[in-house]
Design a protein around this ligand. Sequence first.
Ligand SMILES: Nc1ncnc2c1ncn2[C@@H]1O[C@H](COP(=O)(O)OP(=O)(O)O)[C@@H](O)[C@H]1O
Ligand SMILES: [Mg+2]
Length: 336
Amino acid sequence: MIRFQAVHKSYRVAGREVPALQPFDLTIADGEVFGIIGHSGAGKSTLLRLINLLERPSGGRILIDEVDMTALDDTALRAQRRRIGMIFQHFNLLGSQTVADNVAFPLRLAGERDAAAIRTRVAELLARVGLEAHADKYPSQLSGGQKQRVGIARALANRPSILLCDEATSALDPQTTASVLELLAEINRELKLTIVLITHEMDVVRRVCDRVAVLDAGVIVEHGPVADVFLHPQHPTTHRFVDEALPEEAAAEQARYAQIPGRILRLSFRGETTWSPALSRAMRETGVDFNILAGRIDRIKSMPYGQLTLALEGADTDAALAALRAAGIEIEELKA
Ligand SMILES: Nc1ncnc2c1ncn2[C@@H]1O[C@H](COP(=O)(O)OP(=O)(O)O)[C@@H](O)[C@H]1O
Ligand SMILES: [Mg+2]
């Protein structure tokens, strides 16, 4: 478990303290995939680097399994850091060393001298990330996705319990991003690793995270289970990430709704209700007509969800709403 208690961070720039993170509390549970999303400069990397104390907080405490990281001496800190792996946007591989040597590097750094043990462990790690055939290549001979897999193998070398990912897929194309995220999800499941990942893409959060915090100019403006944040964003910044709509587009949408007759609702389906015919049943039983204005059916991690914007017309729209609610569908009224 990672706990931030009243942590804040300022950088000293030209003799002045410039705040990067306002005081915050946050708990990340063992075994979860926790996402931190925010625009460039929001403080994401700073927050992530506080976890392994690559940055020291200006105040507050960072506890990992109840060990206060800020109170450790150098030797104890090095030992704790071995339990925390990290991967980076630009991979940070050693260009003059082979894939196998890049992965062996943290093992040697941790004091392993037994060449056979290193070979065995490296082979195991390369198999885990699907790069068995590439051990003797150099980073320049690999694709971006393969380089990040080397980065992941290297990060896992010393069997960490936490993996930090700093924009790990931001330099990759969408398909490669999906396969790297799938690998991270698998590692989380099978090795029970806690993963903290930062990103500026909501799609990354949607695919792998259990919970998410939204960071805006050094402030955590919202956090919670991904489905809650995704389906019911509260803060304008979160809206921007979820809707990917510009505020003026959202305003135009609202104006358009005013022209459409009837009550306008947004329905959210989660899990199994996504596949049940609850909507047609409720409408048939109450004699209400509906028109679909917008919609999306997708997945949050492995949970299916749907969101539909409907205009309702009919005598008893209240009864239709009650029937939908009874079927476990969440309803927001966009126009009465
Ligand atoms: N080493 C540093 N020295 C001074 N300012 C920094 C340093 N690192 C980051 N900052 C500033 O702190 C803020 C947050 O940066 P960062 O954590 O890198 O944001 P993000 O990762 O969300 O893009 C930015 O305003 C950035 O300029
Ligand atoms: Mg960053």
